[in-house]
Design a protein around this ligand. Structure first.
Ligand code: AGV
Ligand code: CA
Length: 310
């Protein structure tokens, strides 16, 4: 059994990650928080509560972050959380056990990690801002954290940021708050970084949508299909808006590590200038486990089977 805390930023794949995490038998989920990075934080927090109340019997209040990053996400992407939050499947009358926490995200992280009897796996599918803040406010959490599993970063020449004043070498979660990456890299925490090298292999494609459509008699698979109807698939070629299953792969890696390949490298991060958010190999860097490959079919089978469990 793994003890897991989940901090996310409310995108379609972040919210689906929460849904799938709740279906994993060997995961004890002790906390959830949302940050307004690739989302607006209010609908992201509300949607998270609704997913927990609808798809799990657990009581788990959701904490919301008040942090802001250096480089804001495009508004169009941030709107997705509103659409998920409004879905009828999340708005039926159900028992409301889980609500919004009184704590801010960083306070919730400190409280949950310090009170856990087991060491905690910190799963983050957005920027590292809340974790960095909790480490600064309460450095003792470091020894209570088993490892950090983060969707972010890349060693590829081409990242996924296409913004003025940037050279395109960074991944977005790192670009949103490069200093937070620096803060977390400066600890001794083991870090598994699910980089674009692996997530580039799991684009949303029309064939996977078709598969979910054909299995929509399962309520959880229907939920996947409806959520992924909000975002553009890979059809002709990759564009700036093409959707990948970045965070879902990161979450699936926690539940089924055999799905991926990893390599150890010493990495640093650039915090200023046109390459800010870029993670790169350097002798002065710190050791990171980079997840750089995935069994694509095994991954889609795993996530679709998890969705059938509800
Ligand atoms: O860089 C990937 C991260 C993941 O955590 N996010 C989306 C995932 O939740 C940012 C992002 C990059 N490209 C995007 C993103 C796109 N085309 N649409 C929405 N978000
Ligand atoms: Ca995300």
């Amino acid at each position: 059994m793994q003890t897991v805390y989940f901090n996310h930023d409310g995108g379609v794949d972040d919210l689906i990650s929460l849904f799938l995490l709740l279906q994993m038998d060997d995961v004890n989920l002790i906390g959830v928080s949302a940050i307004g990075a690739d989302c607006y934080v209010e609908p992201a927090t509300n949607a998270s509560c609704k997913i927990i109340n609808r798809f799990s019997s657990q009581q788990l209040d959701v904490a919301s972050s008040q942090e802001r990053g250096k480089n804001p996400f495009p508004k169009g992407w941030r709107m997705h959380a509103f659409f998920v939050d409004a879905m009828p499947i999340l708005n039926e009358d159900v028992d409301i056990k889980s609500t919004i926490s009184e704590n801010e995200a960083y306070e919730d992280i400190i409280e949950k990690v310090m009170n856990s009897s087991e060491k905690v796996t910190m799963l983050l599918t957005g920027p590292l801002t809340d974790l960095a803040k909790s480490l600064k406010v309460e450095p003792r959490i470091e020894e209570r954290i088993e490892r950090v599993v983060w969707m972010g970063g890349t060693l590829l020449d081409k990242g996924n940021v296409e913004e003025p004043e940037h050279d395109g070498t960074a991944e977005w979660n790192a670009f949103w708050d490069p200093e937070a990456v620096q803060t977390v890299f400066d600890t001794n925490l083991p870090i598994d970084m699910v980089a674009l090298e692996s997530t580039n292999k799991v684009p949303l494609t029309p064939d996977i949508r078709k598969r979910w459509a054909n299995e929509r008699q399962f309520e959880g698979v229907d939920f996947l299909g409806i959520c992924y109807a909000l975002v553009p698939p890979l059809t002709h070629f990759v564009t700036n808006s093409t959707y990948f299953l970045w965070d879902v792969l990161t979450t699936a890696y926690v539940g089924k590590p055999e799905l991926v390949e990893k390599e150890e490298q010493k990495l640093s991060v650039i915090t200023h200038g046109p390459s800010q958010g870029r993670t790169f190999k350097s002798e002065e860097g710190r050791i990171i486990n980079i997840v750089n490959d995935v069994d694509r079919d095994g991954f889609f089978d795993f996530m679709t089977e998890l969705a059938k469990k509800i």
